[in-house]
Design a protein around this ligand. Sequence first.
Ligand SMILES: Cc1cc2nc3c(=O)[nH]c(=O)nc-3n(C[C@H](O)[C@H](O)[C@H](O)COP(=O)(O)O)c2cc1C
Length: 330
Amino acid sequence: MRQMLKTRLTEKLNISHPIVSAPMAMAAGGALAAAVSAAGGLGLIGGGYGDASWLEQQFVAAGNQRVGCGFITWSLARQPHLLDLVLAHKPAAVMLSFGDLAPFADKIRDAGALLFCQVQSLALARAAMAAQADVIIAQGGEAGGHGASRATLTLVPEIADELARQASQTLLLAAGGIGDGRGLAAALNLGADGVLIGSRFWASREALVHANHHAAALRAGGDDTIRQRATDIARGLDWPEEFTARILQNQFTRRFANKEAQLREEISQYAKAYADATISGDAEAAGVWVGESTGIFHDIPDAGDLMQRIVREAVDALTKSAASIVPGGA
Ligand SMILES: Cc1cc2nc3c(=O)[nH]c(=O)nc-3n(C[C@H](O)[C@H](O)[C@H](O)COP(=O)(O)O)c2cc1C
């Protein structure tokens, strides 16, 4: 018998599994989002830094599946019309991360989409509560891509407690380092209603990722990742100081991760080389965007098969935990 995990998230979204795929800039297109939704979760398209024609193409690629979309909030603030473009596609949810969500919250809700907010601290969770987010995602620093330094293991229960006190209707997802069913089981035990998974879906067939990057991630372990800013400087991106990005260590990070001032000064020499390396899939000269969970996965499956696998593993992990309880008497 196929088992399911029922949580407040599956009920609110009317989905089968408490799993949302992250809106990964460049990597999470419509095909990945649709595959996750078709397999019983909710897939999010990665709106990233915003490109209208790319976004339109990805909603076409998602077909009739019910999907959502995520934005990097400080970047959306520079192109707010992109929110109208996305809302016209009637997304199930819009996720905002990295910046002030207040200017966009009402518009998202008024359009009938659920408002998802990703946060990296209790202070940011409080701001998301003030904006009446429907779903808060507590993102720990194990995560691939941009984030901050708090660990998932303490951030999730701390925000769960705060929500229980102040906004018990708001749902909570855990993100950062969840790469298999053990992570999903742990997140549910920490008080989350589900998980948002990025890196593990980045390592799926539907993700828009160069084969060289997948191969590099399969060779790597969690120790081989690093949080750094050099990739943002090389791309001329104006990221707020509090966020860094986790990627694989490679020739590029070894050269620049601790020499960010030098890279900033000499950017005209390096920007084109970085852009070319990204396009050609050079896994040594450009960022390979994957988090610590790279150490616990070893293949590039179809996203739908991956969903079933994660759920099966989580059911096994939870069953095993329950079986270790020994009824005791005094
Ligand atoms: C390749 C990649 C790109 C990402 N891009 C974005 C993004 O554009 N917007 C965003 O909110 N989060 C982004 N993230 C972070 C995810 O939303 C999520 O927090 C993270 O992937 C969860 O941790 P995990 O990678 O360990 O699963 C990205 C993550 C990865 C791996």
